[in-house]
Design a protein around this ligand. Structure first.
Ligand code: ATP
Ligand code: LTN
Length: 332
């Protein structure tokens, strides 16, 4: 166990998760949990950078934990915990803020997007989001961070901040690397394949949620935007809609993209879209049932979170202690 490399990732307990979150993040974690020392957090401190309903945030926190477990993430193998249960995240974030420049944060794509979408509430937390994310990762000395393509820029900043600190003092943080899926690191919106599929998209028909029932899933795929022509071919530049559907089909059916192309050669878009919808629904139904079951057992979920928080806090405190020492905080 001790010689395993450390891996860290997190998801915000906001809205309902989409198949983009599943494919880009959770599915990837499943294979990794066997070979790494894994920390998977529920990033509720990141979630409040956009105004949340308190009752919903509480409920979604537990629902996300139940979903992790329902998808096959094993709390015996991985440390599953809630970010706000480990105060070191906020403490390290404060220190790292002094190693981060305002200009760098203003340039972040997600900050620009979210500021435009929430113009009434462009708060400091929204801008500081990547620094808190760097603190998450660096506290655990994680080597690898499996995330979707949209997080690449945040990961680069986490690396820069780690290197800056290491150079200013002595090596303190492991400089993390992003791990991106070859297929599925970016699932796009079904109605607008130029955009990433998002939990908070305006048009709910463009996103398939993990909580959608079979009929809804199939209906959304039937309505998915395809491209001109009739060929089912992987060509993201000229056929973004069809290529996105091929990616989704490949991930959910376990077939490669060329295998999927061969399967649908000469067949129409209607047939193809129905098959994609069925493959997704078949995979999600058992996960939904399992999540319901787990969610009903509050005692079990609390026990998982308690032991996760204890384990995480222990490791985090070690790193924070080193940092405080190096920067000259007087210790008693
Ligand atoms: P929001 O729309 O509320 O900002 P989000 O859908 O981007 O949320 P996050 O909680 O920010 O979700 O991301 C959780 C994980 O899912 C991250 O690893 C992220 O990279 C991944 N992810 C999000 N959207 C996609 C997508 N469309 N394709 C692949 N991976 C994705
Ligand atoms: N910002 C991430 C969620 C997140 C995260 C992290 C991912 C918070 N802290 C640390 C990896 C490592 C997102 O996916 N939106």
């Amino acid at each position: 166990m001790d010689d395993k490399k450390t891996l860290y990732s997190a998801i915000q307990p906001t809205n309902n998760l989409t198949i983009g979150n599943y494919v880009g993040a959770i599915k990837n974690w499943l294979n990794l949990q066997e070979n790494y020392d894994c920390y998977f957090a529920i990033a509720n401190m990141h979630a409040i950078t956009v105004r949340q309903n308190p009752a919903e945030l509480r409920q979604k926190t537990l629902a996300l934990l139940a979903l992790y477990i329902a998808c096959g993430i094993d709390p015996q193998k991985c440390c599953l915990y809630v970010q706000s249960h480990v105060p070191a995240h906020a403490e390290l974030c404060w220190v790292l803020n002094t190693f981060t420049y305002v200009g760098e944060m203003e340039r972040m794509t997600q900050f620009k997007d979210k500021s435009a979408r929430h113009a009434e509430n462009v708060n400091m937390g929204l801008m500081d989001y990547p620094v808190l994310m760097a603190a998450d990762i660096l506290l655990y000395q994680a080597q690898f961070v499996p995330v979707g393509e949209d997080q690449r820029q945040h990961l680069e900043i986490a690396r820069d901040i780690a290197q800056r600190f290491n150079n200013a003092y002595t090596p303190t943080f492991t400089v993390p690397e992003g791990l991106y899926m070859k297929v599925g690191a970016k699932i796009n919106d079904l109605q607008d394949p130029a955009k990433k599929m998002s939990k908070s998209a305006e048009n709910p028909n463009g996103s398939v949620f993990l909580s959608d029932d079979r009929d809804t899933i199939i209906r959304k795929f039937k309505r998915a935007v395809t491209d001109s022509g009739s060929e089912i071919r992987f060509d993201p530049e000229n056929k973004p809609g069809v290529s996105n559907l091929l990616t989704i089909y490949s991930v959910f059916s376990g077939k490669t993209v060329p295998e999927a192309e061969a399967e649908f050669a000469g067949r129409g878009y209607g047939d193809f879209k129905l098959a994609v919808g069925e493959a997704v629904a078949d995979k999600l139904q058992p996960v939904q049932r399992e999540q319901e079951k787990i969610l009903a057992d509050r005692e079990y979920l609390n026990a998982v979170l308690k032991s996760g928080a204890e384990r995480a806090a222990h490791i985090a405190a070690r790193t924070l202690g080193k940092v405080y020492k190096k920067i000259g905080f007087y210790q008693i």
